[in-house]
Design a binder for this molecule. Structure first.
Ligand code: SAH
Length: 344
């Protein structure tokens, strides 16, 4: 990570993009031996509920040929769990298309989903059938810009080298126009984040759904903005770390603001639903019934399985902090587990 360590002054977004590109390219960060654990790595029930959601929607859409697409599929665990359940309902995709930049994780994904095709970007996905797109803890890894309120107005937050350390500093150019109107009058020191890279990817997915049919499910630790706050965080070996120390050796994430993602999707011709809380959505998809049947099949694992369900759905665990946002093509049915589209 010499390029980042030797850094010129650069935006938080540039810093986050460069650090995470190196971080993900050079390791499999998931699981107990890694830096962090995600919902599909906690329990097979997570991917299974996504598989049920897809099979139900696909069935009500008239069972068209489709591609299963995943953005940032990690180890491929979610895809393997979802595809296994989908197959039971006859929902067999024409192909599995994974958008993933990390060579280390591409290899892990192929081991779990043999025959999957990899893409660097959404733009190269096939365009001859509907896409059903899943993105779990993908958008939180994409770069965010940060802006800080100063006595002289808003400034973009930059990362600068001072001696041996990298430190966040206020930039020199006015950034008032980058701030959503409801937040503009915030007190000095307030931080506001924007995620134009995430919005651009969401827009491309929504254009595809509008053009070729399909749906999308995006799940992340996030909120419905506009809201102020510094959500940039670093995790190493399951502990919080300084986001400006050790670039490329820690996982950098930011909370996802679902409001602009839903807005950009609607403007691009898709229909957004939610966000709803992950716990609520998993219960609506039948996670409690799935727990009962898994526990009946393996009584000695009943406590462990119940613990996994609690981690995924509990109000003090992932259940409320994580949210699900769905998109559908305009002529596809409404997705299960979401309130109806307000614009209907
Ligand atoms: N969805 C998985 C992994 C989440 S970690 C899970 O739930 O377990 C984030 C994932 O996004 C990793 O697979 C990482 O390599 C990938 N990723 C990060 N930035 C990316 C980018 N710009 N383009 C494509 N994939 C990216």
């Amino acid at each position: 990570m010499e390029e980042i360590a030797a850094a010129r002054k650069r935006t938080v977004a540039d810093y986050m993009a460069a650090a995470n590109a190196y971080y993900y390219a050079t390791r499999d960060p998931l699981g107990a031996a890694g830096d962090f654990t995600t919902a599909p790595e906690i329990s097979q029930m997570f991917g299974e509920m996504i598989g049920i959601w897809i099979a139900d929607l696909w069935s009500r859409a008239g069972k068209p040929p489709f591609y299963y697409v995943e953005l940032g599929p990690g180890r491929g665990t979610l895809a393997a769990d979802a595809l296994r359940v989908m197959a039971r309902f006859g929902a067999k995709p024409l192909g599995v298309q994974l958008v993933e930049t990390s060579p280390a994780l591409r290899a892990a994904q192929l081991a779990r989903v043999p025959g999957a095709r990899h893409h660097d970007e959404v733009d190269s996905l096939p365009d001859d059938a509907p896409l059903i797109i899943v993105a779990n803890e993908f958008f939180d890894a994409l770069p965010i810009h940060q802006y800080v309120a100063t006595e002289e107005g808003w400034r973009e937050r930059m990362v600068e080298r001072q001696g041996e350390s990298l430190v966040p500093v206020a930039g020199e150019v006015s950034a008032d126009d980058a701030i959503p109107a409801p937040l503009r009058a915030s007190a000095p020191g307030t931080i506001v984040e924007t995620a134009p890279v995430s919005a651009a990817i969401m827009q491309r997915c929504a254009f595809r759904l509008a053009r070729q049919g399909g749906a999308m499910l995006a799940i992340d630790y996030g909120y419905s903005g506009p809201a102020a706050g510094d959500s940039l965080q670093a995790v190493k070996a399951h502990r919080f770390a300084d986001p400006f120390a050790d670039p490329g050796e820690v996982d950098l994430t930011a909370h996802v603001d679902f409001t602009p993602l839903a807005e950009v999707a609607r403007a691009a011709g898709a229909r957004p639903f939610g966000p709803v809380e992950q716990g609520e959505w998993l219960r609506a998809m039948g996670i409690d019934a799935r727990l009962v049947s898994l526990s009946a099949a393996a009584p000695d694992r009943a406590d462990e399985l119940a613990g996994q369900r609690d981690r995924l759905t509990g109000a003090n665990a992932m259940g409320r902090l994580f949210k699900a946002l769905a998109l559908t093509a305009p002529d596809w049915p409404a997705p299960a587990g979401f309130p109806p589209d307000r614009k209907d």
